[in-house]
Ligand binder design. Sequence first.
Ligand SMILES: [Zn+2]
Length: 311
Amino acid sequence: MSYTGPEFESPQPRRPRRGPLTVALAALVPGALLGWGAYAALGDGGSDSAAHTASRTASSAPAPAASRGDDGKVSGSPSAPSGGSGALQGKVVVIDPGHNPGNFRHTAEINRQVDIGTNSKECDTTGTSTNDGYTEASFSLDLAHRLRDLLEREGVTVKLTHDGDSPPWGPCVDERARFGNAAHADAAISLHADGSDAGNRGFHVILPGSVHAGAADTRPIVGPSHELGVRVAGTYLRATGEPPANYVGGGTGLVTRTDLGGLNLSTVPKVFIECGNMRDNTDAALLTSGSWRQRAAQGISEGIVSFLRVS
Ligand SMILES: [Zn+2]
């Protein structure tokens, strides 16, 4: 499958060798996380734990600054075969490819307020972009396709909440959560990249906090989502060499939030991942690389697979 997005392989900052630098990172990162990643990959159980900044209201073209929207209406990816073969046959994973690339043409629709249980917030936002204009929406859709293919190869049934121009905008945050619920997903993940200040680097995985208000009740999924999130963080770090965020999460790469509709309304294990900061040149150089996105998809896939094996 050929994927979209900039394939120009601008000279990438050399990825830290898995030697002393990774060890240095491990020293920075709670050993648990790094050790856990390797451990998780071996599927032996255990768990640990660990958000996303700034939000922007939708405007016309993809705003230079990021916003923290997250969900929409669902249509399983037309090309996703139902069911697979292999050890994970019968397991269902819902991938939410973040902001719809068409959102910026539908500002009225995505500015509409929807109920997320604890409060109401805009249906969705446009997402951010790199300084060179590579949009978060393109990034996350490309990553979603790579992740889908890796999971299907493991025999997992994969469904996407949207697939680029289908639908032309959204779906809204509440509908994306409900899509995972209706699919009885064994795991769900929402893919994003941040738009924080230059110099803020690294990834973070967002876990649902305990919420019980209105239509929202995350109490049953807080535990399994924590397990899913720690595994994904560990294997993502190991596969990409991308460090945990240095501006949120206290260096753990994990953040717990209670203000995201896509998590609050979920009744299945679910996390978000902010893969890096599109506004930081070092991260942007990675996020715009097709081969790096493949490693990112590989890392996320390994975390999800190890979770499915123990859940
Ligand atoms: Zn986003």
